[in-house]
Design a protein around this ligand. Structure first.
Ligand code: TQI
Ligand code: ZN
Ligand code: ZN
Length: 169
């Protein structure tokens, strides 16, 4: 079953059209950016919210960046595997990914020759759930289930995820 953060933080009533931006220093490929667009779409199809890219990192509601090790928020990344990414509860909008992971984009991740390969979209969909206010779920098929193994690809919302997010928005 789905859960919320303590105190059930959500984006306020008037904030239904949010912007997101990528850390300019990361210089992400269009392919990588498209993964995040697709991940946002999974959620925007089931709730009355929209997510639009803006080039202004400073003013964006949701700030997406890859960082390595200690990056100044007290939650240092730890190299390959372990913590993959973290996102903070609403309305923080901070979405950080561990730049040391072997991120894989698209296709069939199970055929990757890299044993520690992590599917970027699977992690993005999960972290966006946190950005919107969802905690972890006890339902194994759900996007918000707190365990993922390398080479797993899970990008479609389960009924449990949909029910949880529709309670919030
Ligand atoms: N990062 C954890 C996560 O996003 C961070 C975290 C731990 C957390 N406890 C939390 C966030 C409680 C909110 C509330 O869950 S992670 C997965 C999963 C991670 C884990 O790097 O371990 C995914 C990132 F759930 F699959 F294991 C993405 Cl998909
Ligand atoms: Zn961080
Ligand atoms: Zn999580």
């Amino acid at each position: 079953h789905y859960s919320f953060f303590p105190g059930t933080p959500v984006w306020p009533e008037g904030r239904r059209d949010l912007t997101f931006a990528f850390l300019p220093d990361n210089e992400l490929s269009d392919e990588a950016k498209a993964v995040f667009v697709s991940a946002f779409q999974k959620w925007s199809t089931v709730i009355p919210m929209t997510f639009t890219e803006t080039t202004s990192f400073y003013s964006a509601d949701i700030k997406i960046g890859f960082y390595v090790g200690d990056h100044g928020d007290g939650e240092a990344f730890d190299g390959v595997l372990g913590t993959l990414a973290h996102a903070f509860s609403p309305p923080s909008g901070m979405f950080h990914l561990d730049g040391d992971e072997n991120w894989v984009i698209g296709g069939d991740i199970t055929t990757s020759t890299v044993t520690s390969a992590i599917d970027l979209e699977s992690v993005a969909v999960h972290e966006i759930g946190h950005l919107l206010g969802l905690g972890h779920s006890s339902v194994e098929e759900s996007i918000m289930y707190p365990t993922i193994t390398s080479k797993t690809k899970k990008v479609d919302l389960a009924n449990d995820d949909v029910q949880g997010i529709q309670k919030l928005y």
